[in-house]
Design a protein around this ligand. Structure first.
Ligand code: SAM
Ligand code: SF4
Length: 430
């Protein structure tokens, strides 16, 4: 989502004459769009500001803007910690960036962290999305009302808010006109999308079915979903929608009901398995990936073992796993942490199982022919990059004219993260 937001900010500031600088060491204004989900991400921001400060130690200082969730959470504290920073702007206020930059006066610091999602969405609707990528992001929903006890999102992105149905389709049309062949719908809780117009509710399933009708669009994905919002109408799309990819990022966080309850996740492991069974009954080729939090306060050895058991059962093909990071203001930040070394050991064990699943899945595709959407040429190499239906990275020999097409690639070998191969035959162009 930050990538999408950063691109929209770039589109907005074009109106007042700013262009993206090609030289990271030479700019009039620096904007760092930040993430606050774990503590490490916040520290990276100050590290990056330090790097920029160094470049300008003997030169006139550029305007330094910190945007995103670290700004929302830390507010004025950011200015106190690093005086080199001039502007602090939250993720729901970035549509005000032009006014702030236009009015910028040296030595006048500015903090803008209002939750103003409706106006932000209004601004997005008026700004042309200039992205011209084969695979493009499209934000449909922001914020969260679920308040998992470990998570800052409800505090930094604010309450759940869905963009109007028709304006999403308008942006999709714009992206397709610019060359998008794949659209990835985005939201902190993307499958909680709900927009009312004339007493009718429009859900993510309606969006997926409308998007399917655009003949030039080849693939549709969405991320990130919550198991509670994996409703039957959405599951049903997997039997009817031919452009919906058979791969879903559906975080469960833990395989223990006790821990899920402590996290305030509002579902049980059995509910998750039920969703998995419904999906794979519709299409046995559907695969899942997940997020896991290790060392959540109260996680015992037996809880951790339940997580390992679930991974062995579902065989997630790609996942993110993190040690619990206490976030200021969240309920879990006040609880007793699991011993750091125990958490580290558990993470190591969990990741070796997850990575083995990933390696096995990639190996199973060797000597197979897979459908790959060709995205771009790899710089410095005579090879191209694309993704298969499961969102695996694929590197292969192709030609420039293949960009934007779905081609058949014969997989010759693989490692944990990437498949390597050669194009065999091409499907009919769009
Ligand atoms: N809404 C999605 C859901 O409910 O599954 C997840 C979105 S959250 C922004 C992305 C991921 O960050 C979570 O799934 C979780 O695994 C991880 N995360 C969030 N807060 C965390 C924390 N305090 N410590 C470690 N990982 C965290
Ligand atoms: Fe955070 Fe997702 Fe829970 Fe919302 S549902 S609080 S975004 S982890």
């Amino acid at each position: 989502m930050n990538e999408y937001d950063s691109n929209r900010i770039t589109d907005i500031v074009k109106d007042i004459g700013y262009e993206k600088s090609k030289d990271q060491n030479n700019a009039d204004c620096y904007l760092i769009n930040t993430c606050h989900i774990r503590d490490k991400a916040k520290e990276k921001v100050f590290h990056e500001v330090g790097r920029i400060k160094q470049i300008y130690s003997n030169k006139e200082k550029p305007i330094m803007v910190i945007a995103g969730c670290v700004s929302q959470a830390e507010n004025e504290e950011i200015l106190k910690r690093e005086p080199f920073i001039d502007v602090v702007i939250g993720p729901q206020s970035y549509h005000k960036i032009n006014k702030i930059l236009d009015n910028f006066q040296k030595n006048k610091k500015e903090v803008e962290t209002e939750f103003d999602t409706i106006n932000k969405f209004d601004c997005l609707n008026k700004t042309k999305n200039l992205d011209s990528k084969v695979s493009s992001f499209l934000t449909i929903q922001e914020g969260c009302d679920k308040f998992c006890h470990f998570c800052v999102v409800p505090y930094t992105r604010g309450p759940e808010c869905s963009r109007p149905f028709k304006t999403i389709l308008k942006e999709a049309e714009q992206l397709i006109k610019n060359g998008a062949k794949e659209i990835i719908l985005l939201g902190q809780n993307v499958n909680a999308y709900s927009f009312y117009e004339n007493d009718s509710e429009f859900k993510i399933s309606n969006l997926l079915n409308e998007l399917e009708k655009y003949s030039e669009l080849k693939r549709i994905r969405y991320t990130t979903s919550h198991p509670v919002d994996m409703t039957d109408d959405l599951i049903e799309c997997y039997s009817t929608n031919k452009k919906l990819m058979p791969f879903i990022h559906l975080p469960i966080q833990s395989g223990s009901n006790k821990v899920l309850q402590l996290m305030n996740r509002k579902h049980k492991v059995e509910d998750y398995i039920d969703i998995y069974n419904k999906l794979t009954n519709i299409n046995p080729l559907i695969k899942l990936s997940s997020d896991f939090i290790i060392g959540y306060p109260g996680e015992e050895k037996s809880d951790f073992e339940k997580t390992l058991k679930l991974i062995k059962e579902i065989k997630f093909i790609n996942s993110f796993s993190f040690i619990f990071s206490p976030r200021p203001g969240t309920k879990a930040s006040k609880l007793n942490e699991v011993d750091k070394n125990t958490s580290k050991e558990r993470l190591k064990e969990l990741q070796s199982l997850l990575f083995q699943n990933q390696i096995d899945h990639n190996k199973s595709l060797e000597n197979e022919e897979i459908d790959v959407l060709v995205e771009n040429k790899i710089s410095d190499q005579n090879k191209y990059f694309g993704r298969n239906e499961y969102f695996n990275s694929v590197i292969f020999e192709a030609e420039k004219k293949d960009i934007g097409k779905i081609v058949k690639v014969n997989v010759e070998n693989s490692n944990k993260n990437t498949l390597f191969g050669k194009i065999r035959s091409k499907m009919k162009a769009a």
